[in-house]
Design a binder for this molecule. Structure first.
Ligand SMILES: CCCCCCCCCCCCCCCC(=O)SCCNC(=O)CCNC(=O)[C@H](O)C(C)(C)COP(=O)(O)OP(=O)(O)OC[C@H]1O[C@@H](n2cnc3c(N)ncnc32)[C@H](O)[C@@H]1OP(=O)(O)O
Ligand SMILES: Cc1cc2nc3c(=O)[nH]c(=O)nc-3n(C[C@H](O)[C@H](O)[C@H](O)COP(=O)(O)OP(=O)(O)OC[C@H]3O[C@@H](n4cnc5c(N)ncnc54)[C@H](O)[C@@H]3O)c2cc1C
Length: 661
C-alpha cells in the first residue's frame, strides 16, 4: 500500500504519526507472523477475479444480488479450502467476507451456527455422522430457532417434535402460522439442512425445547421435501444477501437419532433422559454472543477507518477567518465524534479476547461435569453482547453522520456497515432481553453480598461497595474504573430496593420485577460498562509494546474511560463521590486526550489494516482519492449509460406537452 500515490493530506498525516503503525498491526493480529499470514491470505482472496463485481451489487435486483452472493460464496469456499490445504492455515472468513460480499454471506449461518451446534450439541456419533459433511459442504445448513410468534421467549416456541416410539421417529409439525420459523439465514433458498429448535413431546407430555437436525431439501433437485414449506422472507434493512427464510412442517418424520443428544436424550422406548443442565441447550447462543463482541470491534474499525481518512482529506470552512479552509478532522467536535470509534474498537477487541478465554475455560469445566461458572459466563456474555452491539451501532452511525452528505452515499459503504452492525443489537438475543438476563444474575449476586457470601470475580465489587460505599474519588484511570463499579453497585442496590418496595406494597415478585425493570436494565448496562472499563484498562497496562505505542494505547483507553464518565456524569454525581470540580478536570483531560490523539488519527486507523477491498468505500480508501472515486462510482449508475432515459419520451415529454395546452 505504501507505494500508492496518495492524497497529500494523508501523506502529511502519515508522516506525523508518533508510533510505528506496523507494530500496532502486529499487536492487533497477535504477532508479526500472524500479520504476514493474514495479508497473504487476503492477497490471495482479493486477487481472484471472479470474486470482484463488475457492477456495484446495489444496482442488481434482489434475485440477482442473491444469486451473485451464492456464486461468490461457493468460489470463496473453494479458494479457502485449497488455501487451507496448501498452507495449513485457518483463515478469518468473516473479515474477508465483508470484502467479498459487502453485506453478508448466504453461508453465514452455516459457518456461524450450524456447524457450531453440531459440535456443541451433538454426541460423538452424531458429530461423526454430520460434521465432516457439514465442514466440507456436502450438506449446507442453518440454525432455525426464531418463529413468527416468538424470538426472545424461546420456551414459548411452538414447533412440535412428537416422538413416535413405534417407528422411532420424531414427527415435526407447525400447526399455527405463528409457529413458522422466521429469520434463519440461508433458509430462503440456500440450505438443505437445518438445526430446528422444537418443543419435544413424548406421550403427550412436553419436555421443553430441543435441537434437531433436519434435512429440508432434496440434495439433488434442491426441491423442498414433502411436508416442508420453505421460502424467503423478503428485503430487510440490511443483511440483503443473508437469504433469511421461513419454514414450516406438516407431519414431517425424522429418525430418533436426529435429535442432538449431547445434553438430553430420548431413548428408543421414549424414555427422556435429562441432561446435566437444561440451559446447555442454549449453548450455541452463548458462543455466538461472545463472537459478536469481536465482530463489534471489526465493524467499528471499518466505520472509523472510512470516517477518519475522509475527515483528513475533506476541507470545509475555517477556524480562523484569514487562514485556509481546514481539514474537518481539525474540528474538535469531529474528533469527539471519531476518536471514540477508534477507542471503542480497541476496547471491544480486548474485551472479546478476555471473554473468549472465560468461555473456553467454562467449556473445559463443563466437559468435566463442572458448571459452577456457567451462570457468570451467561450473565457476562449477555450484557457485553447487548452493550457492545448497541455502542457499535451508535458509533458507526456517528461516523456516517460525520461524513456529511457523502456518508449518505451507498458508495461510502457506511449505510451497509450500519445495516449489518445494527442487526447485532437484535439477533442472538434482543438487547433489553439480554440486559434483563444479566440483571437476574446481579440481583442474586446482591442478595448473596447482603448475606456475606463470596461472589464471583465479575461481581465481587458489589461486596466491596457494600463494605465501603464512601470511597474518595480519584481522577486516575484506576479511580475512574472504581467509579464505574460504584455506579453499577449503586444502581443494582437501587433496583433491588425498588423491587423490595413494590413487594412490600403487595405486588408479587414478577410484577415488582417488571415495575423495576427500567432500573434493572440500567443497572445491567452500568455493570457491563464497568467490565468494559476495567478489562480494557487492565489489558492495556499489561500490554508489552514500545514506549511510543504504549503511550498512544493508553491515551485511547483513557479516552474511553473519560468519554463514558462524562457521558454518564449524572450517574456519577448520584452514585459516587465525584464532585463538579472533578467533572471539570475530566472535561479538560478529555480535550487534552483529543489533542494528543489527533496527530495519530490516520496512523491509528491504518493500523486496523483494512484493505480497500474490505472497506469498499469511496470515502475511506488508503489513497484518499475521495472525489475521484465518488465520480467514478456515480458513473457506473445504469442511468448514466445512456444520454436520454426512455422515461423522458414516455412520461416527462407528454407531461410537459400537456402543460402547454
Ligand atoms: C471476531 C469473530 C467474529 C465472529 C462472529 C460470530 C458471528 C457468527 C454469525 C452468526 C450470525 C447470527 C445470526 C443470528 C442468529 C440468531 O439470532 S439465532 C436466535 C437467537 N435467539 C436468541 O438469542 C433468543 C434470546 N432468548 C434467550 O436466549 C432465552 O430465551 C432467554 C432470554 C435467555 C430466556 O430463557 P428462559 O428459558 O426463559 O430462561 P429464564 O427463565 O429467563 O432463565 C432461567 C435460568 O436459565 C439461565 N439461562 C438462560 N439462558 C442461559 C444460557 N444460555 N446459559 C446458561 N444459563 C442460561 C438464566 O440465567 C436463569 O437462571 P436463574 O436466574 O434461574 O438461575
Ligand atoms: C438480521 C437478523 C438475522 C437473524 N437470524 C436468525 C437466524 O439465523 N436464526 C434464528 O433462529 N433467528 C434469527 N434472527 C431472529 C432473532 O434472533 C430475533 O429477532 C431476536 O432474538 C429477537 O426476538 P424477537 O424478534 O422475537 O423480538 P421480541 O422479543 O418480539 O422483541 C420486541 C420487543 O419486545 C421486548 N421484549 C420481549 N421480551 C421481553 C421481556 N421478557 N422483557 C422486556 N422486554 C421484552 C424487546 O425488548 C423488544 O423491545 C435474526 C434476526 C435478525 C434481525
Amino acid at each position: 500500500m505504501a507505494n500508492v500515490k496518495c492524497n497529500p493530506d494523508l501523506v502529511r498525516e502519515r508522516a506525523k504519526c508518533s508510533f510505528d503503525v506496523n507494530e500496532l498491526i502486529h499487536l492487533i493480529d497477535g504477532g508479526e507472523n500472524a500479520t504476514k499470514e493474514k495479508r497473504h491470505f487476503e492477497e490471495t482472496i482479493f486477487s481472484v477475479k471472479e470474486l470482484q463485481d463488475a457492477v456495484p451489487e446495489e444496482y442488481l435486483s434482489h434475485k440477482d444480488r442473491y444469486e451473485n452472493a451464492v456464486r461468490k460464496a461457493t468460489i470463496l469456499r473453494d479458494v479457502c479450502r485449497e488455501y487451507m490445504k496448501k498452507y495449513n492455515y485457518k483463515p478469518n472468513r468473516f473479515r474477508v467476507g465483508h470484502g467479498v460480499f459487502k453485506d453478508v454471506s448466504p453461508f453465514l449461518l452455516h459457518d456461524g451456527m450450524f456447524v457450531a451446534t453440531i459440535i456443541g450439541q451433538g454426541t460423538p456419533e452424531q458429530q461423526a455422522e454430520w460434521l465432516p459433511k457439514a465442514e466440507n459442504m456436502q450438506i449446507i445448513g442453518t440454525y432455525a430457532q426464531t418463529e413468527l410468534g416468538h424470538g426472545s421467549f424461546i420456551r414459548g416456541l411452538e414447533t412440535r417434535a412428537t416422538y413416535d416410539p413405534k417407528t422411532e421417529e420424531f414427527i415435526l409439525n407447525n400447526a399455527t402460522l405463528s409457529s413458522f420459523k422466521w429469520w434463519p439465514g440461508g433458509l430462503g433458498s440456500t440450505v438443505n439442512h437445518c438445526i430446528v429448535v422444537a418443543q419435544l413431546f413424548i406421550n403427550g407430555k412436553s419436555y421443553g425445547i430441543q435441537p434437531f437436525i433436519v434435512q429440508i431439501r432434496d440434495l439433488n433437485t434442491h426441491k423442498p421435501l414433502p411436508g416442508v414449506k420453505v421460502g424467503e422472507i423478503g428485503p430487510k434493512m440490511g443483511f440483503q444477501t443473508a437469504n433469511n427464510g421461513f419454514l414450516g412442517f406438516e407431519n414431517f418424520r425424522i429418525p430418533r437419532m436426529n435429535m442432538l443428544m449431547k445434553n438430553a436424550q430420548v431413548l428408543k422406548d421414549g424414555t427422556f433422559v435429562k441432561g446435566m443442565n437444561e440451559k446447555l441447550t442454549y449453548g450455541t447462543m452463548v458462543m455466538v454472543r461472545v463472537g459478536i463482541v469481536g465482530d463489534c470491534s471489526l465493524n467499528t474499525s471499518l466505520a472509523a477507518t472510512i470516517a477518519v481518512r475522509y475527515s483528513a482529506v475533506r476541507h470545509q470552512s475555517k477556524i480562523k477567518a484569514k487562514e485556509p479552509e481546514v481539514q474537518i478532522l481539525d474540528y474538535v467536535t469531529q474528533q469527539h465524534k471519531l476518536f471514540i470509534a477508534i477507542a471503542s474498537s480497541h476496547v471491544f477487541r480486548n474485551v472479546y479476547s478476555w471473554l473468549s478465554k472465560s468461555y473456553l475455560n467454562v467449556m473445559k469445566d463443563l466437559a468435566q461435569g463442572k458448571q459452577d461458572h456457567l451462570p457468570e459466563l451467561h450473565a457476562t456474555a449477555c450484557c457485553l453482547k447487548a452493550v457492545c452491539s448497541r455502542d457499535a451501532g451508535s458509533v458507526v452511525e456517528e461516523c456516517r453522520l460525520a461524513c456529511g452528505g457523502h456518508g449518505y452515499m451507498t458508495s461510502s459503504n457506511l449505510p451497509l456497515v450500519y445495516g449489518f452492525t445494527i442487526a447485532t443489537v437484535t439477533y442472538e438475543g434482543e438487547q433489553t432481553v439480554l440486559l434483563l438476563q444479566t440483571a437476574r444474575y446481579l440481583v442474586k449476586a446482591w442478595l448473596a453480598a447482603l448475606q456475606g457470601k463470596v461472589l464471583a470475580p465479575s461481581v465481587s465489587y458489589l461486596s466491596d461497595w457494600l463494605k465501603n460505599d464512601n470511597v474518595r474519588w480519584q481522577n486516575t484511570p484506576e479511580g475512574i474504573v472504581k467509579g464505574f463499579q460504584h455506579v453499577a453497585a449503586g444502581k443494582v442496590k437501587a433496583a433491588y430496593d425498588t423491587i423490595q418496595k413494590y413487594i412490600k406494597l403487595g405486588k408479587d415478585y414478577e410484577d415488582a420485577w417488571n415495575l423495576a425493570s427500567v432500573q434493572l436494565m440500567k443497572a445491567s448496562e452500568a455493570h457491563s460498562r464497568s467490565i468494559l472499563c476495567e478489562v480494557s484498562w487492565g489489558e492495556v497496562i499489561r500490554t508489552s509494546a514500545s514506549p511510543n505505542l504504549l503511550q498512544v494505547l493508553k491515551q485511547l483507553a483513557q479516552l474511553y474511560l473519560v468519554y463514558w464518565t462524562l457521558e454518564t456524569s449524572g450517574d456519577f454525581l448520584v452514585y459516587s463521590n465525584i464532585s463538579k470540580d472533578d467533572i471539570a478536570i475530566l472535561r479538560e483531560k478529555y480535550e487534552e486526550l483529543l489533542a494528543a490523539i489527533r496527530p495519530n488519527a490516520v496512523g491509528l486507523v491504518d493500523a486496523f489494516d483494512l484493505r480497500d477491498e474490505i472497506l469498499h468505500s469511496t470515502l475511506g480508501s488508503y489513497d484518499g482519492r475521495v472525489y475521484e472515486r465518488l465520480m467514478e462510482e456515480a458513473l457506473k449508475s445504469p442511468l448514466n449509460q445512456e444520454s436520454v432515459n426512455a422515461s423522458f419520451h414516455k412520461y416527462l415529454k407528454p407531461l410537459m406537452e400537456k402543460a402547454k395546452l
